[in-house]
Design a protein around this ligand. Structure first.
Ligand SMILES: NC(=O)C[C@H](N)C(=O)O
Length: 335
């Protein structure tokens, strides 16, 4: 008789969200309360986890993800790095609210110092709902974090039977189960029959190849996002600058064009030392450097394919290393 294959050790770090949410009735799929179920009960609800990994759980936070802060990210990333440095941990799963899940995934993609799998997972329906998606998503994530195929792929997101890259995935629907998408760049693979099937991989640097190190950081530089729209005015930008912003993400219309009413305020912000990154509210495509604005002349940075909320994360990390816009532009083409 053959010995049973040794199961991988996976730690689930629970942070809250709808996956840990509960509603008044089984048909409550809106107006429920996020972040009420503790990690041990999340694990207990899916006994099948024991078939794919030796699972341990830690409650890191218990919050709805709209309350995620830079400080939460630093705490979480440090814990992930400590765990993955241990020989008795093979992978980490992070349960998370879906509203900012894509941001946490990209942050960790840039600061985790390990090739071991890190998988983020959430749910669109609370744990008390008919056909709650949390249990299957959690099962798939633990299976993925335990799988050799996920090693070295960067931080992953596993929802709705799909594997997405932490760099590229974004929430695209307020409420449906297929809310996590990677527009044109494409998902990485599928999960089927308790197995991962990978088809592609991001070529952008991550984890062990990243130059960013949050090991000794207690805070991140203030970077804010100003949203573009017709009749846009510089009020929000000026307020962020007055509050001490070190960087501004201009979530511009189209290819990041600058409204005549706003451009002088951006130029003034740059003159005060803030780094200006031009991104787009569109959600797909490359933000062309020197396209809709002359970035060389203005000394601005182009966000490449990062959406504004992900551009904010890269700019915060970039500002921990340098204030050179040339260097920061290189980083936007690297990560
Ligand atoms: N589906 C969810 O998880 C939404 C919730 N507001 C959260 O992000 O925590």
């Amino acid at each position: 008789q053959q010995a049973a294959p040794k199961l991988a050790n996976v730690t689930i770090l629970a942070t809250g969200g709808t996956i840990a949410g509960s509603g008044a009735t089984s048909t409550t799929t809106v107006g429920y309360t996020a972040a009420t179920v503790g990690v041990q009960n999340l694990i207990k609800a899916v006994p099948e986890l024991a078939k794919v990994a030796n699972v341990t759980g830690e409650q890191v936070f218990q919050i709805a993800s709209e309350n995620m802060t830079n400080e939460h990210w630093l705490t979480l990333a440090k814990r992930v790095n400590v765990l993955l440095a241990q020989n008795n941990v093979d992978g980490v799963v992070i349960t998370h609210g879906t509203d900012t899940l894509e941001e946490t995934a990209y942050f960790l993609n840039l600061v985790v110092k390990s090739r071991k799998p890190v998988v983020l997972v959430g749910a669109m329906r609370p744990s008390t709902a008919i056909s709650a998606d949390g249990p299957i998503n959690l099962y798939n994530s633990v299976m993925l974090a335990a799988s050799p195929e996920a090693v070295g792929k960067g931080v992953l997101v596993a929802m709705n039977d799909q594997i997405q890259s932490g760099r590229d995935v974004t929430k695209v629907n307020t409420s449906t189960l297929d809310s996590f998408r990677t527009s044109e760049l494409g998902l990485l693979g599928y999960i089927q029959g308790s197995k991962p099937f990978f088809y592609r991989q991001s070529l952008r640097k991550h984890t062990t190849e990243s130059e960013f190190d949050i090991g000794t950081l207690q805070s991140l530089p203030q970077v804010d996002i100003v949203y573009g729209y017709a009749n846009m005015n510089p009020l929000a930008l000026d307020a962020f600058m007055a509050a001490g912003a070190k960087g501004i993400i201009h979530a511009g219309v189209g290819d990041g064009s600058l409204a005549a009413k706003v451009k002088p305020a951006l130029v003034a912000a740059r003159a005060k030392g803030a780094v200006i990154v031009r991104a787009s509210r569109v959600g797909q495509g490359i933000l062309a450097r020197n396209g809709e604005a002359n970035d060389d002349e203005l000394d601005f940075v182009a966000a490449d394919t990062l959406n504004p909320q992900k551009a904010r994360i890269l700019l915060m990390l970039a500002l921990t290393k340098t204030s050179s816009t040339k260097e920061i532009q290189r980083m936007f083409y690297t990560y």
